[in-house]
Write a protein that binds this ligand. Structure first.
Ligand SMILES: CC(C)(COP(=O)(O)OP(=O)(O)OC[C@H]1O[C@@H](n2cnc3c(N)ncnc32)[C@H](O)[C@@H]1OP(=O)(O)O)[C@@H](O)C(=O)NCCC(=O)NCCS
Length: 231
């Protein structure tokens, strides 16, 4: 069990001006649930049981705090990946987020990046991401893998959680890719703000459109776009 006290020697903290980033543990679950409520539409929020299962599987979550208040987090699990043979990657968020820790890993699946709406548009997201990357490098990861939602597929008027206009062009691009199996050009994918965010922040390479990535993510038409970055 991943209790704060029991993993204290391994907790790595990064002091960032008045904010700080640290590895989370099961004692942080109430704060994580509060953040899930603020960041995700009800259909795609993680339950307490899901969070406990992720900790029990050895997944790592890193959170960014402002005045001891959790305002953002990201999670990852360790795996093996070869960019020359990208087949066999998880096709769904459930697989991504419930993958057992690989004993001979060289990569990490990164999932659940979210920042409280009141703290978006600042530098906190980048600080969290780069603290996560630093930890992955320390843990001998050469690659990180992620999957971006793409809410401009249907658009999102998400109760203060996110407001994103739908894009007909983007939707046609995704539908064509699902039918043909051909990866769209990067410039076509980054019409979507979340995919543009990942491309701009990480310089990642997109790999595949996954049609049923996250059931319940109606804004994205349940679609996710899988990407990787060499660390
Ligand atoms: C994705 C996220 C972490 C980015 O954090 P941030 O602090 O807004 O990041 P930045 O200020 O550095 O970048 C903002 C850019 O991301 C875009 N963006 C990403 N996700 C967005 C969202 N859900 N709503 C509105 N804009 C979003 C913005 O349009 C902006 O792009 P632009 O400048 O080209 O218009 C944050 O928006 C978030 O938590 N979103 C909800 C959860 C989510 O969808 N996470 C991604 C899971 S794959």
């Amino acid at each position: 069990m991943n209790h704060c006290s029991s993993i204290e020697p391994e907790v790595r903290s990064h002091t960032l001006d008045s904010h700080h980033v640290k590895t989370l543990c099961i004692d942080d679950i109430p704060a994580i649930l509060e953040l899930e409520n603020a960041c995700w539409l009800p259909e795609i929020r993680a339950s307490e049981e899901t969070l406990r299962t992720r900790f029990a599987m050895g997944h790592i979550s890193m959170g960014v705090f402002v005045d001891n208040y959790l305002v953002g987090l990201t999670s990852f699990s360790y795996t093996r990946f070869n960019p020359d043979k990208p087949n066999g990657l998880p096709e769904t968020f459930k697989e991504f987020s419930s993958h057992p820790r690989h004993s001979d890993h060289n990569a990490a699946y990164v999932y659940n990046l979210n920042i409280h709406p009141d703290y978006r548009g600042e530098s906190l997201t980048r600080k969290l991401i780069w603290a996560g990357i630093e930890q992955l490098r320390e843990d001998n990861c050469v690659y990180m893998l992620g999957a971006g939602r793409c809410p401009s597929y249907n658009g999102s008027l998400g109760e203060g959680i996110e407001t994103i206009q739908p894009s007909r062009v983007f939707r046609e691009t995704i539908d064509h890719s699902i039918q043909s199996g051909i990866l769209p050009a990067t410039k076509e994918l980054i019409i979507d703000p979340v995919l543009r965010f990942y491309r701009r922040t990480l310089g990642c390479k997109f790999l595949r459109v996954a049609p049923n990535f996250l059931p319940g993510d109606t804004p994205s038409g349940n679609v996710g776009v899988i990407f990787y970055k060499t660390l």
